[in-house]
Design a protein around this ligand. Structure first.
Ligand SMILES: NC(=O)c1ccc[n+]([C@@H]2O[C@H](COP(=O)([O-])OP(=O)(O)OC[C@H]3O[C@@H](n4cnc5c(N)ncnc54)[C@H](OP(=O)(O)O)[C@@H]3O)[C@@H](O)[C@H]2O)c1
Length: 324
């Protein structure tokens, strides 16, 4: 097997494409031949030692992937050799093969392509948990999504529309805004050229959005929070823009609004039954054509460094997927 190895987490340049012995699965594990692995923002942070999870060295990055089970370890039930699965194990995806805990593997129904499957779990689970569980989004309400053309952003547009909400998608370029419109956004704001607060005011008749979905943070957070509606919910998803914003606490007071933290990974660990129910609903929505990952492009696995550069330069629209 081959894989991208991180022996020193000082950035993407230090990754090396290495030939390694193909491992045999231990108890509770399966060996997966990887067909596709997507890039998520944490994949960029983890190789720089900037992510909250710090794997033991050396490790193979690649949080989320799909492929074929090639061997099963002792005690594994419900998975067979030859079955296709998707898995979000945090590491291991950027290679030709990996060992994965069987309990994290989701068997794929027929007709679920590996590229879509590799781009599905993290973004759709995060956005569903955020909007519907944490944000209590109701049909007819208005959602403002920042970074709306990115991975979690495009999933958030589709899920909010599936829930019957009105979506205002905000992104940094006209091209990104056009993609958001294609994905069903009712209105867009190009915060590269427009004043965010003024644009929100105009698009909501001064009322503000009921829910703000924020995976970007930085300088966008305060103007977005100042624009929120009475009883609004501000969903803290992540800080792709860099700095973690600090908000004056008089702002939630004045709007009777809530700042709501979203941590899908811990939700899945702490509330596995609720997460399984949610994943079931997402799989149904996919089968019904209500949601579908937006694939920026696929690239060969050995071009991972170019893929990381594309993500780091803010060029990705939807999801970038590496394929073997
Ligand atoms: N809380 C959770 O459970 C959870 C789960 C998954 C992901 N996340 C977080 O959500 C965030 C987005 O993840 P993602 O996979 O959707 O990433 P992504 O596809 O790269 O999207 C991030 C978006 O952020 C915007 N952005 C602003 N400044 C940026 C910068 N300096 N570099 C890169 N992007 C920048 C970009 O949109 P514009 O160019 O339009 O501004 C980009 O489309 C990350 O912080 C990630 O850690 C959180």
């Amino acid at each position: 097997m081959h894989a991208w190895l991180c022996e020193n987490p000082v950035g993407v340049d230090a990754l090396t494409w290495k030939e390694l012995p193909t491992p045999q699965p231990g108890a509770g594990e399966v060996l997966i031949e990887i067909q596709a692995a997507s890039l998520n923002f944490p994949d960029l942070l983890i190789v720089q030692n900037k992510y909250q999870m710090k794997p033991a060295l050396p490790f193979v990055p690649g949080s989320e992937y799909a492929g074929v089970v090639r061997a099963v370890g002792e005690g594994v039930k419900g998975l067979q050799v030859g079955q296709t699965v998707a898995c979000l194990s945090g590491t291991g995806g950027f290679g030709t093969h990996t060992l994965a805990p069987a309990k994290l593997c989701m068997p794929l129904p027929d007709g679920f392509p590996a590229v879509d499957a590799a781009a599905f779990i993290m973004t759709y689970a995060t956005s569903h948990h955020a909007l519907i569980d944490r944000g209590q989004l109701k049909p007819g309400e208005t959602v403002l999504t920042l970074g709306a053309a990115g991975g979690v952003g495009t999933a958030a547009i589709q899920i909010a529309k599936a829930q019957g909400a009105r979506v205002i998608a905000a992104a940094s370029t006209a091209e990104k805004c056009a993609l958001c419109t294609e994905q069903g956004a009712d209105a867009t704001i190009n915060y590269g050229t427009e004043n965010l607060r003024e644009a929100i005011k105009t698009l909501t008749d001064g009322k503000g959005p009921d829910v703000v979905y924020d995976p970007v943070g930085g300088e966008l957070a305060e103007p977005a929070f100042r624009s929120i509606a009475w009883r609004g919910r501000y969903l803290v998803i992540g800080f792709a823009g860099g700095p973690i914003p600090a908000l004056p606490l008089n702002l939630p007071l004045l709007k009777g609004a809530s700042i709501v933290g979203v941590f899908w990974g811990d939700f899945a660990r702490r509330e596995p039954q609720a997460n399984a129910t949610m994943m079931g609903e997402l799989a149904r929505w996919y089968a019904e054509g209500r949601i579908k990952p937006v694939i920026d492009r696929t690239m060969p696995m050995n071009e991972l460094k170019a893929a990381y550069a594309r993500m780091g330069s803010r060029a990705v629209m939807g999801k970038l997927v590496m394929v073997n």
